[in-house]
Design a protein around this ligand. Structure first.
Ligand SMILES: *Cc1c(COP(=O)(O)O)cnc(C)c1O
Length: 393
């Protein structure tokens, strides 16, 4: 009998034993404050649908109408026959929304990072990377072949230190950081980082996946939040979180956007965003540009939920955004907490290693504009009950 895959059984057993096996739940409803998960109606506390746009009638309708006009699939990569007028409209509108020179879309935020970093730096170059950057930045950096130097999380002084240390050892350099760190909800000190980048004339890139639709005026993102227009060369983002759809975007300097149209490999070798996705993103943009009501509601809900959780005695870490980590420590406790919450009608997944460091397992609550006060209270009540029964509070 073949034993060539026995290692997978061993690895999976290891994951189960450590409480790190991902049990994937199944949704059979649209996204919203409530979901049907594994057949049970539960309160949704863990999707990235910040503004409730994933099932917004205007967004759904835009996708439907575009499908009737253009069909579904792009049928080609962008550089051959996959660029539709819709893609160009989305890119123009995204650049205007973000108040930058240009924008280019990708199939996802993940592929936007894989496209951008290797297009900007290579083997003779160096990347200065925050030690807690997202996996897609890490993978993009590795793919580039550049020398990767990590600086202490959100520490511009440490960044400057390693820049000085590395001086003269490379051709080009790139500083890259998450805007909002997805597991802790803290925000990169981008104003200080931009000063360091300018002082050393180094390219600066920020991944604003959790900042779009959340930070800045009307959700224009972290660059807008810090008023750094023109000072951040590349802003990578996703259309899969606050935008409620799926896709990626790179916005910023016009030359970089033009270069990515020539050398961003997922742009050249993977088919374009689909028609309904692009049309839906355009509709989400319309909503964002028309009113800040959803963004305002998101922040009101965030402030309320967080302060109530802290009042109950939970440790919500250092988040300053709607991402609300509930710190629990060991992975099995986090998994038990999540299961008990589910029993109590609340869906919030446990997150453990390798998504967060060992011993820092947590439940990550994602607050959205689609929650009403009653729903937040119901969630708080469940957290209080489970927290007491497990001895966390
Ligand atoms: C979610 C996320 C991504 C990936 O975005 P997708 O569009 O889902 O591929 C990239 N970077 C960061 C920081 C993220 O949080």
């Amino acid at each position: 009998m073949s034993t060539k895959l026995a290692w997978i059984d061993e690895e999976l057993k290891g994951l189960h034993d450590a409480g790190l096996y991902n049990t994937i739940r199944t949704l059979s409803s649209p996204q919203g404050a409530w979901l049907v998960v594994d057949g049970k109606r539960v309160l949704n506390f863990c999707s990235n649908n910040y503004l409730g746009l994933a099932n917004h009638p205007a967004v759904v309708n835009a996708a439907r109408e575009a499908v009737l006009k253009y069909g579904v699939g792009p049928a080609a990569v962008r550089t051959i026959a996959g660029t539709m007028d819709l893609h160009l409209e989305l890119e123009k509108r995204l650049a205007a929304f973000k108040r930058v020179e240009g924008a280019i879309s990708f199939q996802s935020g993940f592929s936007a990072n894989l496209a951008t970093i290797p297009a900007l730096v290579g083997k003779e170059d160096v990347i200065f990377s925050d030690e807690l950057n997202h996996a897609s930045i890490i993978d993009g950096a590795r793919l580039s072949g550049a020398h990767i130097l990590r600086y202490a999380h959100a520490e511009p002084a440490d960044l400057e230190r390693i820049i000085l240390e590395a001086q003269g050892t490379y051709r080009r350099a790139l500083i890259v950081t998450d805007g909002v760190f997805s597991m802790d909800g803290d925000v990169a000190p981008l104003d200080k980082i931009a000063e360091v980048a300018a002082a050393h004339d180094i390219l600066l890139m920020v991944d604003d996946a959790h900042g779009e639709g959340v930070l800045g005026e009307g959700g224009r993102g972290i660059v807008d939040h810090f008023h750094l227009h023109g000072k951040v060369d590349v802003e990578v983002g996703t259309l899969s979180k606050a935008f409620g759809v799926v896709g990626g975007v790179v916005a910023g300097n016009r030359k970089i956007v033009e270069w990515l149209r020539q050398r961003g490999r997922p742009f050249l070798f993977s088919s374009a965003m689909t028609v309904p996705d692009v049309a839906a993103c355009l509709a989400s943009l319309d909503l964002l540009e028309t009113s800040t009501a959803l963004v305002d509601r998101l922040w009101e809900n965030t402030r309320y939920f967080k302060s109530e959780m802290q009042r109950l005695g939970f440790d919500t870490g250092k988040s300053v955004t709607p991402i609300t980590p509930v710190m629990l420590g060991e992975a099995p406790l986090a998994q038990q907490f999540s299961r008990d919450l589910f029993e109590a009608g609340v869906f919030a997944m446990a997150i453990g290693f390798p998504t967060v460091p060992r011993g820092k397992a947590r439940i990550r609550v994602m607050i959205s504009a689609s929650h009403g006060k009653e729903e937040l209270d119901k969630g708080l009540e469940a957290f209080a009950r489970v927290g007491k029964s497990l001895g966390v509070i």
